[in-house]
Design a protein around this ligand. Structure first.
Ligand SMILES: C[S@@+](CC[C@H](N)C(=O)[O-])C[C@H]1O[C@@H](n2cnc3c(N)ncnc32)[C@H](O)[C@@H]1O
Length: 229
């Protein structure tokens, strides 16, 4: 069975969030430029489009992602990317870590402290961690629902339900092979993390937040800027 993150990589272009993600990237670039950092790690770098922005703007960047398909796509853009884990990166080797477009929502509440500890390890004291998380509106008002896409050779159905602060996204993809269709399916869970959680971290101080409107008419994401204590 396909890794659900690789299945997401496969359907990403069919969903078509490119324009909204570009708007999100511009927020990150503006902040990174203002912070005067140079060495940046992009955790959950996906297809590498933000890494390409970083490269084109003179940053020294590396991306890591748990999907081999995403990393292959990023490498094809000529950026540095790998499937290695955060804990395999050298200690204090970056001035800033970014995790863009819901990456933190992919991490369960029970695992998020360990993830943040790993982020802290690759940063020196005073180093920055910038990420965004979905608001409740982002889950309930934007992400929840059913979406179909049919282009003749691929038929996709994405069915997302939000309950108990978790978004369960079921993905079914049929791809035409000769006269038959091959079916692949999987599911991804995303978790709501309240702002109150990020305000009381031990390793990081939350220095600023920025509401982000990408899809609806109220903020569907909050961008968070942390500094390592
Ligand atoms: C919604 S995509 C965003 C990708 C990219 N940041 C972008 O802006 O397009 C979330 C990405 O996080 C990756 N991911 C999820 N959990 C991860 C983890 N614990 N470590 C590394 N990558 C992760 C997924 O494979 C996926 O590529």
């Amino acid at each position: 069975m396909i890794n659900p993150l690789d299945l997401y990589a496969k359907i990403e272009s069919l969903i078509g969030f490119d324009a909204q993600y570009e708007m999100l990237y511009q927020n990150y670039l503006e902040i990174l430029n203002a912070l005067h950092v140079k060495r940046v790690l992009d955790v959950g770098c996906g297809n590498g489009r933000f890494l390409k922005h970083l490269k084109d703007n003179g940053f020294e960047a590396l991306g890591i992602d748990r999907s081999t398909k995403m990393v292959e796509r990023a490498l094809a853009l000529g950026v540095r990317a790998s499937t290695k884990e955060l804990c395999e990166c050298e200690a204090e080797s970056f001035e800033c870590v970014v995790a863009i477009a819901d990456v933190l929502n992919y991490i369960a509440p029970l695992e998020i402290n360990a993830f943040l500890d790993d982020v802290a390890l690759v940063l020196p004291k005073g180093g920055y961690f910038i990420c965004d998380v979905n608001t409740l509106y982002g889950f309930e008002g934007v992400a929840e629902g059913v979406m179909y896409h049919d282009n003749g050779t691929q038929f996709l159905c994405v069915d997302a339900t939000f309950a108990n602060k978790e978004l369960l996204t079921k993905i079914v993809l049929f791809e035409k092979e000769h006269e038959l269709y091959r079916k692949e399916e999987g599911s991804i869970t995303q978790y709501f993390h309240p702002l109150s959680f990020f305000k009381k971290l031990i390793s990081f101080k939350l220095v600023s937040t920025r509401p982000i409107i990408l899809f609806g008419d109220e903020p569907d994401k909050t961008l968070l800027i942390f500094q390592k204590r």
